[in-house]
Design a protein. Sequence first.
Length: 79
Amino acid sequence: MEKSVAVVAIIISDVSAVERVNSLLSAFREDIIGRMGLPHRHGLNIISICLESTKEKINSLSGKLGMIDGVSSKVLIAK
């Protein structure tokens, strides 16, 4: 399968969701190129993930993130 490069932006508004997000990202560690996390003073955590994987796996990650309460994410895939 053809791999694509993507960026996933994640905003965590519920601190109790951090552990679930980190666990999920660990499951995709082989596909992750880089990760940057920023705590925000208003109780938000912002994470940016760059990955190279199949579109199916990228969409799987996005879907699983979307099922976690207190987490929102968006994906941008390079053509």
